[in-house]
Write a protein that binds this ligand. Structure first.
Ligand SMILES: Nc1ncnc2c1ncn2[C@@H]1O[C@H](COP(=O)(O)OP(=O)(O)OP(=O)(O)O)[C@@H](O)[C@H]1O
Length: 812
């Protein structure tokens, strides 16, 4: 603690800052609400000030110009309103706790030291010349995280500033009151960190700006690496670092980087909700959050039924009803299709398709094949052999559009059109009549600007039929109606052609898996000897799914990749930063794909190979990891986090002993009870015992508890059994669950990834349920979700990974 005199000074200083904040908030309040009204009024009046006049071409352009001008004015007002509102909200956010740290710093060559108070946002004094509080993201504030008192330096755009840190102080301020002050010397207050970590779990993740650790700060402020890889133990703060990093980047590149130019790939939708409040808490807008599955589903549309990664892992964990051989083949297939070798195989396949083998679907209209697959193939292979696959597909697409246009024109005279004409109702006739009249008068009102623009342009150019008085109105009406009918019938064909539906992607992808390994080797330039042992079975499984219009999860990314090789790459050049959390669960193939998709983005991949529960995992931390190859060693940086903050020392000691290379993991000095193994004589006892344990844990004050099972089926059974025992307010979590809430959750292991609970009860930790060596990491992941208490229940032998542990690490 500090001296009484210092305490008084700190209180006086807090009072002064709080008053300044209050005054500024009061000053800004009317302005902010006034601006809001102005913007709303202006938006309402938007159309009043725009003159819509489309009588002539010039009028039309004038109208467009006037709209643009109004738009520019509106967005300028919105921008200025947004900035002021942000300042106002930041100050309101600061009011209960304006700062959390202070350093006294004497710059080399400067006669005196400066007191630097650090908070979630900056605050300048009344005359606007000095900082009362520095934003934690300013360069000078970095010393708070990186240094202890003594020599200390920080980097600025103008170079490194050197000097001496004379004091480092931490504050706990709640509801505007100074609660405690600590002077620290070695690391940032273990005191504050102790308190932060000792708290209960929350339904939403919290920001950690007051207690960021040095190694985490390196992740947050890295601004050089194209690929930043973070391999960190469970609970080491990877997700936290990622979120503060996003806030840092938004601050540092303010005005150049928008929140929607940062994308976070998370493991599941519930995790999205769990982390979604951190950036707003830090005064920033949320970045784009998505899952890889959402992305795949979006681009694959509804052409195929897409398996999700959770169904895949359920299969891997349970595989009910499959022979050992089928199971093994599927696993081999997952591994192979996740590999870089398969990526290269697909690239080679695309080259091969330039010579032969493209597969098309004929275009049918009214039960007639109007353009056949053979015609398309002939046209496709008539292009010069030097033209790339995607360009040929584009040429073919244009050719098809022309063919369709010409068939469409001929079709207007067809007998079926006459039949349709006869069935048109009066209203449609009337519309046609009006349309023809309007054309004469050229005074059509313009609502659909683009279409009307084109129509009017064509009219002015006289490119449409029927100009002048060549036809009388009745003829023109019929002509108009015929054109309308055929156009409408051809619209889906044109749309499908635009979307490359004429390429039979399912067969094209399936063609590789013809079971003939030599043919595959020829098409893909692969060495036949390097194929998985169960190749024939992998082929059969893949084809069987494709024939039912289903796509296994392991096929989804390669399938989309092949589609892109043919259709051309879909790139998002707007996104500047891609964050991948739980990065070990993505395949090398998926990473290569992400790189193509976001060519202008830097990547931050955070993960833990110790929690790699999917078959297709990627090692993050080795020099020759596929991840390090993506941008090459010069642009790649690897940071390791070994300190684990989430769990008590006892839980970390227990869990790390289960991992072969877990010795590096360092627990934080926070204590609780040892993990407990509860042995049951039969499964009937389990539900009763867990129900009573839930009640006692709640009585102890733990209000976020998870009963974690291995699979979804087991979670459902556990939920039913516990409910039957009278367990109340249980929440069954499924892959569809969107929000994370406090209370008791019954949840399958793979959905508990990334989140944490006060207490974790492992529903069935017996050797019967966890037996495979491949499930060791799943078991580890489950146990590392616990912050304060961990209990494991087993009938018979406990999981083999526990058997190998020193018995002093847990209680029975
Ligand atoms: N510097 C810190 N100050 C305070 N709390 C921290 C700090 N670092 C991590 N924590 C806390 O530790 C817990 C684990 O953090 P986080 O979820 O970010 O870890 P993780 O490495 O992503 O974990 P996992 O891989 O197991 O999902 C969280 O409660 C987080 O708030």
């Amino acid at each position: 603690m500090i001296s009484e005199n210092d305490w008084k000074q700190e209180q006086a200083r807090l009072k002064q800052v709080t008053e300044t904040l209050r005054t500024k908030i009061e000053e800004l309040a009317p302005e902010v609400s006034g601006l809001r009204n102005q913007v709303t009024d202006f938006a309402k009046k938007f159309w009043e000030d725009v003159t819509v006049n489309t009588s002539t071409f010039d009028d039309f352009e004038e109208t467009l110009y006037s709209i643009r001008q109004q738009e520019a004015l509106l967005s300028e007002r919105e921008r200025s309103h947004k900035q002021r509102l942000q300042r106002y909200n930041n100050m309101k956010r600061m009011l209960p706790s304006p700062y959390f740290g202070r350093i006294d710093y004497e710059e080399k060559g400067s006669p005196e030291s400066e007191q630097i108070y650090i908070g979630v946002s900056s605050l300048v004094d009344e005359d606007g010349l000095g900082f009362l509080v520095y934003d934690w993201r300013t360069p000078i504030a970095s010393m708070y995280y990186d240094h202890s008192p003594g020599s200390a330096a920080y980097a600025t755009p103008g170079g490194v500033i050197e000097g001496t840190m004379l004091l480092k102080r931490q504050y706990q301020i709640k509801s505007g009151e100074l609660r405690s002050v600590f002077d620290t010397s070695v690391t940032i207050g273990d005191e504050l960190l102790q308190q932060a970590l000792g708290r209960g779990a929350d339904a939403q993740m919290k920001s950690i700006v007051a207690t960021i650790q040095k190694e985490q700060n390196a992740i947050i402020r890295d601004d050089k690496s194209r690929m930043l890889i973070v391999q960190g133990a469970a609970g080491s703060g990877k997700t936290s670092a990622a979120l503060q990093r996003a806030a840092y980047l938004l601050y540092k590149h303010r005005g150049r980087l928008r929140a929607d130019q940062i994308v976070l790939f998370s493991p599941n939708p519930m995790f999205n909700s769990y982390v979604s409040t951190v950036l707003p808490e830090l005064g920033e807008e949320n970045m784009q959050q998505t899952t890889f599955q959402e992305y795949l589903a979006y681009w694959l549309g509804n052409q195929m039924r897409l398996e999700d990664p959770f169904d895949q892992i359920e299969y891997v964990l349970s595989a009910a009803g499959d022979s050992d051989s089928a199971y093994e083949a599927r696993l081999q297939g997952i591994r192979y299709k996740a590999s870089e070798s398969f990526l290269h195989a697909l690239q080679h396949y695309a080259d091969w398709l330039c010579q032969e083998g493209m597969l098309f679907s004929g275009i049918w209209f009214r039960e007639r094949e109007i353009i056949t697959a053979e015609q398309m193939a002939e046209q496709f292979y008539s292009y010069d052999s030097s033209i790339k696959l995607a360009n040929r597909a584009l040429l073919l697409r244009d050719w098809l559009q022309q063919q369709l246009a010409s068939i469409e024109r001929k079709e207007r005279k067809a007998e079926w059109v006459k039949d349709e004409l006869d069935y048109l109702d009066n209203e449609q006739y009337e519309e046609a009549h009006k349309a023809v009249l309007k054309k004469y008068e050229r005074n059509e009102a313009v609502f659909d600007f683009a279409q009307s623009y084109i129509d009017q342009y064509e009219d002015f150019q006289g490119t449409e039929q029927g100009e002048g008085d060549a036809y009388d109105i009745a003829d023109q009406e019929e002509e108009h109606l015929r054109r309308m009918i055929v156009k409408e019938s051809f619209a889906p064909l044109r749309r499908d052609a635009r979307r490359y539906k004429f390429i039979d992607f399912a067969r094209l992808y399936g063609q590789m898996f013809s079971e003939n390994a030599s043919k595959y080797a020829e098409m893909t330039g692969t060495d036949e000897a390097g194929l998985p042992e169960k190749w024939a079975e992998i082929c059969a499984q893949t084809r069987a799914k494709l024939s039912g219009s289903e796509l296994l999860y392991e096929d989804a990314t390669p399938f989309l990749y092949l589609k892109e090789l043919v259709e051309g790459v879909r790139m998002n050049t707007d996104v500047r930063h891609v964050f991948v959390d739980e990065g070990q669960d993505y395949s090398p193939f998926q990473y290569a794909f992400l790189k193509r998709l976001f060519p202008r983005a830097r990547m931050t991949v955070l993960g833990d190979f110790g929690q790699a529960i999917f078959v297709q995992s990627t090692i993050l931390h080795e020099a020759d990891s596929p991840l390090a190859r993506i941008y090459g060693p010069d642009e790649t940086r690897l940071i390791r986090l070994v300190r684990s903050y989430r769990s008590t020392k006892e839980i970390v000691e227990f869990t790390k002993a289960m991992l072969p290379d877990g010795t590096d993991i360092v627990p934080f000095e926070r204590y609780g009870g040892k993990p407990q193994l509860v042995r049951l004589s039969n499964s009937g006892e389990r539900a009763a015992r867990i129900t009573s344990d839930l009640a006692s844990l709640r009585a102890e004050g733990f209000d976020s508890i998870a009963v974690i099972t291995k699979t979804a089926a087991e979670a459902r059974a556990a939920y039913d059994a516990l409910s039957a025992e009278g367990g109340e307010e249980l929440r069954l979590i499924t892959k569809e669950t969107l929000t994370f809430e406090k209370g008791v959750a019954v949840i399958p292991a793979y959905l508990a990834k990334g989140v944490e609970f006060d207490a974790v009860l492992v529903y069935d930790a017996s050797a019967q349920t966890y037996s495979r060596e491949s499930e060791r990491k799943l078991f580890y992941t489950v146990c590392t979700r616990a912050m304060h208490r961990l209990r494991l229940y087993a009938v018979g032998d406990a999981a083999p990974y526990m058997k190998q542990l020193d018995t002093s690490l847990f209680e029975e």
